[in-house]
Design a protein around this ligand. Structure first.
Ligand code: FES
Length: 166
């Protein structure tokens, strides 16, 4: 029996999701359509945000960590907010209880940028996400497309420093 693929409901009633859905359908809900679908979202909305990434992840059945990774790695994708570098701190339950709020605090203190914002020099955007699908690595974060896990405060700052140099 062929597998019946059910698409998750789009994040809102915004008609632009119909265009995104059409791209997803055209590619038969295949995982390899990820970049193409993200392009469509960006064309339609001008940027990618957590809600959009989660939707694409569910529709293509690609782990959120991968979707966040791809979206923050390629410079042609515009994350909202949009700094030159992006750090996504997972605040899902597993990461939260393993200290994710401390990591976020550390980043905020060091770079003077709060979650959901971009630094004044537009070098760094900090985002949070609900579970990125790497709970075994908790606490986890994505630095410019690279998923890193079992983070502590100093490792987090080291990683950030490294991506900020690029
Ligand atoms: S809660 Fe952070 S990866 Fe699942």
């Amino acid at each position: 029996m062929p597998e019946i693929i059910k698409s998750p409901p789009p994040p809102s009633t915004d008609k632009r999701w119909k265009i995104v859905d059409a791209t997803i359908r055209r590619h038969g809900y295949q995982k390899h359509a990820l970049i193409e679908v993200l392009h469509t979202v960006q064309e339609c909305f001008g940027f990618l945000d957590e809600q959009a990434l989660r939707y694409v992840s569910a529709a293509l059945r690609v782990p959120p960590s991968k979707v966040f990774g791809v979206a923050t790695f390629y410079h042609f994708f515009q994350m909202k907010p949009a700094g030159k570098h992006t750090c996504v701190v997972c605040m899902g339950t597993a990461c939260y209880i393993k200290g994710a709020p401390n990591l976020l605090q550390e980043i905020e203190a060091k770079y003077g940028v709060k979650a959901g914002e971009t630094s004044e020099d537009r070098q760094l955007s900090v985002l949070t996400a609900r579970c990125i699908g790497s709970c075994g690595l908790a606490p986890a974060a994505v630095f410019d497309g690279d998923v890193a896990g079992k983070l502590d405060r100093s490792e987090t700052l080291q990683r950030l420093q490294k991506v900020m140099q690029l």
